[in-house]
Design a protein around this ligand. Sequence first.
Ligand SMILES: Nc1ncnc2c1ncn2[C@@H]1O[C@H](COP(=O)(O)OP(=O)(O)OP(=O)(O)O)[C@@H](O)[C@H]1O
Length: 594
Amino acid sequence: MNNALDVKVGLKTLLVFLRPYRRQIIFALVALVITAGTMLSVGKGLQYLIDEGLTSGSQAGLNKALLVFMGLVFVLGIGSFCRFYLVSWIGERVVADIRQSVFAHLLTLSPSFFEDNSPSEIQSRITADTTLLQSVIGSSLSIALRNSLMLVGGIAFLLVMHFKLTLILLACVPLVVVPVIFFGRRVRRLSRNSQDEIANVGQYLSQALRHIKVVQAFGHEDHDVTRFSGAVDKAFTVSVKRIQQRSWLTLMVILLSMSGIGVMLWFGGKSVISGEISPGDLASFLFYSVIVAGAVGAVSEVMGDLQRAAGAAERIMELLKAKSDIVGGTLAYSETTTDDQAQREEGKVLIEFDQLTFCYPTRPDRPALHQLSFSIKQGEMVALVGPSGAGKSTLFELLLRFYNPQHGHIRLANQDIRQYSLSALRQRFALVPQETVLFDQSVAENLGYANREASQKAIQQAAEQANAHEFIVRLDQGYDTRLGEDGVRLSGGQRQRIAIARAILKDAPILLLDEATSALDAESENTVQAALEPLMKGRTTLVIAHRLATVLNADRIVVMDKGEIVDQGTHAELLERCALYKRLADLQFNQAGR
Ligand SMILES: Nc1ncnc2c1ncn2[C@@H]1O[C@H](COP(=O)(O)OP(=O)(O)OP(=O)(O)O)[C@@H](O)[C@H]1O
């Protein structure tokens, strides 16, 4: 994509977000024009002060000149206050709006989007790119506008005051500005590199600290220290290069600008001596020269920022424009409740998988499910059994519409699930996942995740049913105990019981249980099993059975392998006729008996 297009797209994005704050922008612009104008008038004030006050030797003139000067300074102060406040406010507000809408949009995207785009990359777009935008809207843009005004105004004043001297000055400007821009660009590029290096160091650090137990268990400390030192040294080397360029830049700026002023003083001084201009004229001429030079420097300095911000805005736009490949239908939950009531009768088909074929987007040539068909009746408890990778969890993901199948249909209460709105569909399921995800919030908030409206009492009841209440009240602050990041303070079995309590609170008609027993000992297994029983009562349940003990209670067992159904029936039937099932059962029961 070329640069011009970047800028256009970026600006378009910004305009959308700036539009609601038109009023503030107009006020900010007025303040900006007033401050730039006042700043320019200060030069004239200076001239007045010198010529009317100092040179003329009149005390009254001096008083008046000082009064005018102070008046200008006062207006400049108030104007700058308003401009700074408004412009920074707009920057912060717009960026807050962008962050909110990007986050809200991201949450609507399907999981496959996050497989193609890494969450850490997206996170950096939301934080780093928006911070850049904030600094541009909240400062660089206003610097650019203010200095452009001062540049034009300053040159106009200079031309009126002394045409010839101004032409000499303008001829000198490139001599100062070109080297400054050249070094400035290098400094900026190097400071970007140095930021990248620091980000790498930060990433390394957080990874090592987050997985401290693994680092220590494998005795990796020395190796990590060496690698970390390497990363830190690399960041240092890049920084030194930046510092060198920066030092050159400072030298250049001082040498060139001061020499320029010297030359001007010489030419101007000659004109004062010959009586062509007054000392006040010379002072204000110098003042405007400095303003013009400063404005050129400032504008060229922020041009790079503006371009980078356009790139940042474009990357944010990309996120906002990303479309989810999962689009919900229009059927709402209430519209289907009549169907649902009809379905309530036990024995009617509730869920139907019809010739389902599905490949994950990242593996388009390897079907995770292949022409799979079976159905589940209202109130039935169906167990899915099969070796790892058979496609059991994939079925859950398709049911919840995290992905669309390439072929075939899934019907729920006689309707293709694509007909339902996503929220109506997902409301029907309560999922107890293999890995319980806990947020860094209190236990009560973690439980209430399933149902934001749930009262404290309902939360406690659910915890009691899930056999979780007992361990929760033993925590430091009971239900108010904060679970650390990833819920590190809870054991595997405890986490699972939290997940079950969540499912109870969700109170959905269909249960999806992805059993996780590998982390549990026999006792916790029993507690978890006991917690599940009240949950399953009266609901249609689809359970991925890693341990076949659950299967014994199932109405039907579906045996899967390599994305296909191998057989289905009861435990006894399958033991007799299904070799794969028999092998799995033998493995587990023999192991259990050992
Ligand atoms: N997000 C994904 N992207 C690509 N391939 C995936 C993804 N998730 C699962 N797979 C692949 O799809 C196949 C089916 O996986 P699935 O998780 O459904 O198996 P499973 O029967 O639930 O296994 P397990 O019992 O180990 O949980 C596997 O080959 C797996 O590697």
